[in-house]
Design a binder for this molecule. Structure first.
Ligand code: PCA
Length: 323
């Protein structure tokens, strides 16, 4: 009986030890505040994976740039400083021009088209990330991008010389082709940039305007251009990925697909609700007039040619698959 007890306790210790050595902990770097729908969705994904992995993997989320700021997350995941993270794809055009296909104005102007463009571009994007030592998990779009301004914009002339907050190369290019003065600023710093007068206009989602309570910083106008739906993607460091067993990897991919579906739904809801929130806060929410619409269309056409030249044969392939 005594021997039996010793045997049982030895087996238990061995099992416990094995479990401890197999358990992985991942830090998930998130750039946007905990209340943002991307971050909330990522937190749910992390919780589901953690709970269902049977102790093999714990994913701890760090929202609001608390672990790494937006601009640092791609490199941090690539180098393994964070095992997993979320990054705004089109800010990574220098890594791979295909990552900014979703920020080309007027290429995809509805959620259906945004999904089509995502499906057409995903295989090449995943391949590109894989070559950089990254595993792609899922991508979720922001609501339709619109123009915010402190003053009313009724003509292209009204935009000339405006200090403009940009978030990627595409928005910098829009500013250049319009005569605005762009500065690249992460979402976390928007309120400060507007309140100090460093900028007076930007193009982003109603969600980001709402999250930064932009109306408190003298921004009274939102023009719903809805010319593109840029996405965030969640990526994993491949070395961290390879430490997991096949069952855990499968679980992650399954939960990633669920998170992606939920994220797209949340985005669609925010596209309506957050615009209403801007109006409820007293902002003037409307469309640009036809002269401005034409101007942005022209800017978009120029940028489409420039992007094709940058993205080369892979870009041509993605556009052919999309159309
Ligand atoms: N919000 C993010 C990216 C796109 C968006 O809607 C931002 O403004 O930085």
């Amino acid at each position: 009986m005594k021997l039996f007890k010793i045997l049982i306790s030895t087996i238990t210790s061995v099992l416990l030890f094995a479990n401890v050595t197999l358990a992985e902990k991942w830090d998930m770097a998130l750039a946007y505040g905990a209340g943002n729908f991307h971050s909330a969705n990522a937190a749910e994904f992390a919780k589901n994976v953690t709970e269902k992995s049977g102790g093999k993997l714990t994913i701890v989320t760090h929202p609001g740039g608390s672990l790494f700021k937006g601009g640092e997350i791609f490199r941090a995941v690539r180098t393994g400083q964070a095992q997993i993270g979320e990054r705004f794809m089109s800010a990574l055009g220098k890594e791979d021009p295909l990552l900014e296909v979703d920020s080309q104005p007027f290429l995809a102007t509805s959620y259906d088209d945004a999904m089509k463009l995502y499906k057409a571009s995903k295989p090449e994007i995943v391949k590109g990330l894989d070559a950089k030592g990254l595993v792609f998990l899922y991508a979720v779009p922001w609501p339709a991008q619109g123009l915010y301004s402190k003053k009313a914009i009724n003509s292209v002339g009204d935009l000339k010389g405006l200090k403009f907050r940009a978030y990627n190369s595409a928005t910098i290019r829009i500013a250049e082709l319009t005569g605005m003065a762009p500065t690249k600023i992460e979402a976390a710093e928007i309120s400060q940039a507007f309140s100090t007068g460093a900028v007076e206009s930007m193009i982003t989602s109603p969600t980001t305007g709402k999250n930064s309570k932009i109306w408190e910083n003298g921004v009274g106008y939102f023009y719903d251009i809805a010319a593109w739906f840029p996405k965030n993607m969640v990526i994993v460091n491949k070395d961290a990925w390879n430490k997991l067993d096949a069952a855990t990897q499968k679980l992650i991919m399954k939960e990633a697909a669920i998170a992606e579906r939920k994220g797209w739904d949340l985005s669609k809801k925010g596209n309506v609700a957050d615009k209403k929130a801007l109006a409820d806060a007293g902002m003037k929410v409307g469309k640009v007039n036809s002269a401005l619409e034409k101007h942005f269309q022209k800017v978009g056409a120029t940028m489409a040619d420039e992007w094709k030249a940058k993205a080369g044969a892979r870009g041509v392939g993605v556009l052919a698959a999309y159309k």
